[in-house]
Design a protein around this ligand. Structure first.
Ligand SMILES: O=C(O)CCC(=O)C(=O)O
Ligand SMILES: [Fe+2]
Length: 156
C-alpha cells in the first residue's frame, strides 16, 4: 500500500499532470482518492475521462500482470492524475500482487488457436515488476505498452 500526498502548500495549483500516464504493474489495484478528484482514465478513443470521486467507494484497476495472466481478456487501464486547485490531495492505492516467484502464464482454458491465440510468453512476476519499475524510472519505453514489448508474442 502507498499513500500519495500531493501538497499544495496552500497555494493555487494551475492544472498540472502530477502523475504521468501509466498502467499498474501487478494483478489489480484497489484505489481510494479523496474528494479533490484528479484521476483520469483513457477511453478506447484516446480521450481522457475524469474519474469523479464517489464517497465511501474504491476504484478497482486491472493491472498488466492480470492482463497477461488472462491472455488479454482483462485489459489494464491507462490512467494518470491531473490536478488543479487549492487543496492537498490524498490517494491510497493498494496493490494486489502475485507471489514473487510465480510464473505468469495464461491457463489453457483461455487460449485457443483461432480467436484467442496465446498473447504472452511466460514471465516471472518478480522480474516483470523489477523491469517495469526500472522502465518507469528510466523513462525508456512507454509504460503503457511495456507489457507488450516485454512479453507480448508478435504474429505476422
Ligand atoms: O493518485 C491516484 O489517484 C492514482 C495513483 C496511481 O495510479 C498509482 O499509484 O499507481
Ligand atoms: Fe496507477
Amino acid at each position: 500500500m502507498r499513500i500519495n500526498h500531493l501538497w499544495s502548500g496552500g497555494k493555487f495549483m494551475e492544472e498540472e499532470e502530477v502523475l504521468p500516464p501509466h498502467t499498474d504493474i501487478a494483478c489489480f489495484t484497489i484505489l481510494y482518492q479523496d474528494d479533490e478528484g484528479g484521476l483520469q482514465i483513457r477511453s478506447d478513443e484516446g480521450k481522457w475521462l475524469n474519474v469523479k470521486p464517489v464517497s465511501n467507494s474504491f476504484i478497482v484497476n486491472v493491472a498488466d500482470s492480470l492482463k497477461a495472466w488472462s491472455n488479454g481478456r482483462y485489459r489494464s487501464a491507462e490512467h494518470r492524475v491531473v490536478y488543479k486547485g487549492w487543496r492537498d490531495r490524498i490517494s491510497v492505492p493498494w496493490f494486489a500482487q502475485f507471489p514473487y516467484d510465480k510464473e505468469i502464464w495464461a491457463p489453457a482454458e483461455l487460449v485457443d488457436d483461432k480467436i484467442h491465440p496465446r498473447r504472452y510468453r511466460p514471465f516471472t512476476f518478480s522480474q516483470f515488476r523489477r523491469d517495469s519499475l526500472l522502465n518507469l524510472f528510466s523513462k525508456q519505453e512507454n509504460p503503457v505498452t511495456f507489457v507488450e514489448s516485454y512479453a507480448g508474442i508478435s504474429r505476422g
